[in-house]
Ligand binder design. Sequence first.
Ligand code: ZN
Length: 264
Amino acid sequence: MSLRRYAAPVAALAATVTLGVAGPADATRDFRVTNPDSGGHSQPLSGRVVVIDPGHQLGNHRFPRQINRLVPAGGFKKPCNTTGTATNAGYPEATFTWQVSRVLKARLEQLGATVRLTRHSNRQDRWGPCVDVRGRDGNRLPADLKISIHGDGSYTPGARGFHVIAPTDRRPWTHDIYRPSRRLALDTRAALRSVGLRVANYIAGGDGLDFRSDLGTLNLSNIPTVMVELGNMRNPSDAHRMTSRAGRATYARGLAVAVRRFLG
Ligand code: ZN
């Protein structure tokens, strides 16, 4: 869900830097593509830094005190995080965002990008990070862009499809990034459509775009950023895609196209 709040981890937070170097778990990936000698043309994102924010954390519901703590959100305060939603069968949003983010990270690294995630686990005994930490992630490098990944939880019958949320011009917080973030939103919508996904039929405007000033994750960013609600987890049709490996690969493929379009 597009958190009106959010949540943060404890010690795990310190080590938020995941440079694009393949770790042990990734070592079996295609060497030819990640090999620096493979030639620039096969790595169009070489030198680029992308931050992926997998929404929520699996254990948030077990840490209500930490999750409800108020944190800066861009001129106001709001809770650190939320539990996120789930499918009717109980597949959690935190797991969905984590799995899509992992696939997306691998795709972007194959294209030469350096990728950071805002969290490094999906565990019941962890919480967060808070929205302010997520919002600032990538500012210092600075990264080229940040995509926050979510699934929505609307109970409106028939509500389905994706939508992309970009920050409004909230001075002074987002004045520096709202224009490129809007461009990133348009690129993301086009990219998700290009892999066969449909825009949400239940968001005002019906064009798959939403502009909000109440999200700390967007307000605290100094780099172009969007939040994507990739589908409605309470809708059986969307849930079917979101719970399948092939479906999640489609979302990741679409988001990788979005990054390439934007950084093109
Ligand atoms: Zn969410």
